[in-house]
Design a protein around this ligand. Sequence first.
Ligand code: HEC
Length: 370
Amino acid sequence: MLLVALASQSQQVSWREVAPLLDRWCNSCHRAGQVGPFDFTSYDGASAYAPEIARDLLAGKMPPWHSKPSPLAYSNSRQVPDEVIAKLLHWINTGTQPGKPLPTPKRHPQWNLGAPDLVLSQPKEHTVDAEKTVDIVSFEVSPAELGTDKQDRFFEAFEFRPSNRNLLHHAVLKIDSQPIAAWALCDNGIRLEAGVAWMLPKGAPLTVELHYFKRNLRLARDLTRLALYFAKQKPIRSATLLEITKPDLRIPAGVNLHLEKTVLRVAENLRLHSILPIFQLLAEDVRLRLKGEQDYFLWVAPFEHHLMSSYQLAKPLLLASDAVIEAEAVYDNSTQNENNPHQKLREVRFAENGLDETFRFWLTVSRPLR
Ligand code: HEC
C-alpha cells in the first residue's frame, strides 16, 4: 500500500500541503508546551527535523500508536493513512519545499481540548525526590474551588498540562479515595461521549494523584495544571474507573517471554469507554479480551512506557453483568530488553518504584445515573 502511494507521488509537495498534515497528525504533541520534543508548527521547526521525521514515519515509531488491529474502533487512533505518509516522505525526499500553508483549524495555545471551564493547579512547584525514580504526590481540591459546596457537578472532559513534560508520567483523579479517571503523558486530553460525564459529588474534595517518572536528572521540577470541561446538561450516565490488576505477579530473572494473566468478572451492566494500560519497563505486550472470544479488543505491542496513552473506544463496548474480561501481559526480564533497569538480573515483583513492575488496566466505564 505504502509503496503504491509512494510511486503515485509525481507532483511537487510543498509546505502548503504538509503543514495541515503535520497539524492533524503530529502537532497535538509537537508544539510548544506539549509532550513531543520538537515544534512542527513552523516551516523552520519541521524542516530542521526532516530526516528524523522520515526515519520515524518509515519505522512506524511516530505517531505513538501501539494498538494491533482490533475488532473495535478507537476514536483517538493515531494510525496515519499511507497516502499521508507518502506525501510527507515525498516532501522530505524532494528537499522540503517551502510554501504558504493552507489554513488549519485554530488551536488553543495551551489546551488541546480548547478553552477550559475550570483550571486547577498544583499548589506549588514540586521537586521530584532525587532518591527515587518514581515519585507519587497528591494535591486536594476543595469543594469551594470545584463549585461543589452546594451542588453536584459533572465534567465530560479533562486535560493535564505539566510545566515539565519530562517528568509527569500519569495521573489519577480520586473522590473519597476511589479512582474515577486516569490520564497518561501521551493523552492530549480525554473527552467522553455526549451524555456521559464524571460526577463531582456535593461536598467532596477531589484528589489529584501525580505519578512522576524521572528520566532526566537535570530537570526535576514541575507544576502541573488540570483543565476541566463541565457538562452543559445533566448527563444520563456517570463514569468511573474499574481496575484490572495482579498484585502477586512474579517475573523470573532472565526470562524474555514471561506471561502473567488474570480475569475480572464484571458485577453489573456497564459500558466501556476507554482503557489505559499502566505497566513499567519490562512489559512488552499487553492484551484484553472477553472470555469466549478469540480476538483481543485491546492488544498493545510493543508496550512503550515512555509513550503511554489511553485507548478511547469510538463506540462503547457493552459489558454485561457476569461478563469475564481476560487480561494478559508478557514481560521481558532478560538482557535483550534494552529498557531493563537491572544490570544484574533479578526476580521482579509488583511495586511502583521504577525498578519493579505493575499489572494494571484502568477501564473507564459508565453506569446509568440514578
Ligand atoms: C501523542 C503524542 C505524539 C504525537 C501525535 C506524535 N508524536 Fe512524535 N514524539 C512524541 C514523544 C513523547 C516523543 C519523545 C519520544 C522519546 O522521548 O523517546 C516524540 C518524538 C518524536 C521524534 C524524535 C524521535 C527521536 O529519535 O528523538 C520525531 C522525529 C517525531 N516524534 C516525529 C513525529 C511525527 C512526524 C508525528 C506525526 C506524524 C508525531 N511525531 C506525532 C509524541 C508524539
